[in-house]
Design a protein around this ligand. Structure first.
Ligand SMILES: NC(=O)c1ccc[n+]([C@@H]2O[C@H](COP(=O)([O-])OP(=O)(O)OC[C@H]3O[C@@H](n4cnc5c(N)ncnc54)[C@H](OP(=O)(O)O)[C@@H]3O)[C@@H](O)[C@H]2O)c1
Length: 327
């Protein structure tokens, strides 16, 4: 049996389920019946850490999770996020009033009395981080959320927040092709005892071999606007992917499993949250917890796919402006 990992006081399977693409991000959401198979199947397969947000589908994703999993609420650790929407509008807003109102909406949509882990989705730099985290600390005291998380923040911001109220988890993008947390955030998490949650762990599908033709991406797919999926950068990255595939073949696992096993072995405390609309991919990803990579394979991944060998930044400038990271 796979050892669990800690998120605050909770013990979770080291691979959680990212629910975002069941509502938005990578083209049209899947049919409801398919989304239900992913969510219910995940619980049956051993996933017990589900990641959603008020922002995903502007309420659609939380409603979906609440409707499909609400009657099994005690069987999993529920994480959601606030701060990127106001009511049913997209809006970066970290003011205490908006965060508290969003939490009420989240609770109602998720059909629960308490959210286990509630993240500030982005730091709204107009508001001191202490004020936004202070609002979340009020929600802890009121029993509406159990623990607090942060998303896409730098190590100094994490330290300021943690001094206001203990932070249980920090989530940001981490995979072989996005190494930004290695600059400072991972170290700060280790030092403070904050669980690092790796989002987009299979490189938004690219490192899982799910995007072999960028021109086939649907209209409205976020990846269309991402530099690594464009033009010559995409072609160069495909070349890198073939080298990554050779490592997966030698290791006897799939590409997605290579990413997830790499994350598990990089640090014994990291939890990853791959997202999928496919019941088969969901099962394949869970099986990554059984994959053990040799030291030689780990070393090959380090030298083959890293910040210097990948072509293009992870975000376009407008998106980059909304994150508080060292990159
Ligand atoms: N805090 C934040 O700002 C933030 C940002 C992004 C994401 N997140 C969280 O992190 C979660 C995961 O991130 P993500 O969805 O952006 O990226 P990801 O997990 O790296 O990639 C998701 C993509 O990979 C494909 N995929 C997954 N498993 C696969 C497999 N075994 N084989 C082939 N393709 C596979 C999926 O396609 P299929 O649907 O076809 O499987 C999907 O298009 C999200 O659901 C969300 O909860 C948080």
């Amino acid at each position: 049996m796979t050892a669990t990992r800690k998120v605050g006081p909770f013990d979770v399977f080291p691979i959680g389920l990212g629910c975002m693409s069941l509502s938005h991000a990578y083209g049209p959401p899947p049919p409801r019946e398919q989304a239900e198979r992913v969510l219910k199947g995940a619980l049956d397969a051993g996933y017990n850490f589900f990641d959603t947000a008020a922002f995903y589908g502007l309420g659609h994703n939380e409603t979906l999770v609440g409707e499909v999993l609400g009657d099994r609420r005690n069987d999993f650790v529920l994480a959601s996020k606030c701060g990127l929407s106001r009511g049913d509008q997209r809006e970066l807003n970290g003011s205490p009033e908006v965060l508290k109102a969003t939490c009420e909406d989240s609770l109602r949509r998720l059909k629960t009395d308490v959210i286990d882990l509630y993240y500030l989705h982005r730091w709204d730099k107009r508001i001191p981080i202490e004020e936004s985290v202070g609002a979340l600390a009020d929600l802890v005291r009121e029993g509406k959320i159990r623990t607090i998380g942060l998303s896409e923040v730098s190590a100094p911001t994490l330290r300021r927040a943690h001094a206001t109220h203990p932070i249980a988890a920090l989530q940001t993008e981490y995979s072989p092709w996005t190494r930004n947390p290695e600059i400072a955030v991972l170290e700060a998490c280790r030092e403070l005892g904050v669980t690092f949650v790796a989002f987009s762990p299979v490189g938004r599908g690219f490192l899982a071999g799910g995007v072999m033709d960028a021109s086939a991406l649907a209209e409205g797919d976020f990846r269309v606007g991402m530099p690594r999926f464009q033009g010559e950068a995409f072609a160069a990255n495909l070349n890198l992917l073939s080298q990554f595939k050779a490592i997966a073949d030698d290791a006897g696992c799939t590409l997605a499993q290579l990413c997830l096993a790499w994350l598990m072995q990089k640090d014994p405390t990291i939890v990853s949250i791959p997202g999928t609309t496919s019941p088969d991919h969901m099962l394949e990803n869970a099986l990554a917890a059984r994959v053990t990579l040799s030291a030689a394979v780990m070393a090959r991944i380090e030298t083959t796919v890293n910040g210097s060998t990948v072509t293009g930044p992870r975000y376009a400038p407008a998106m980059q402006a909304s994150v508080d990271t060292e990159d």
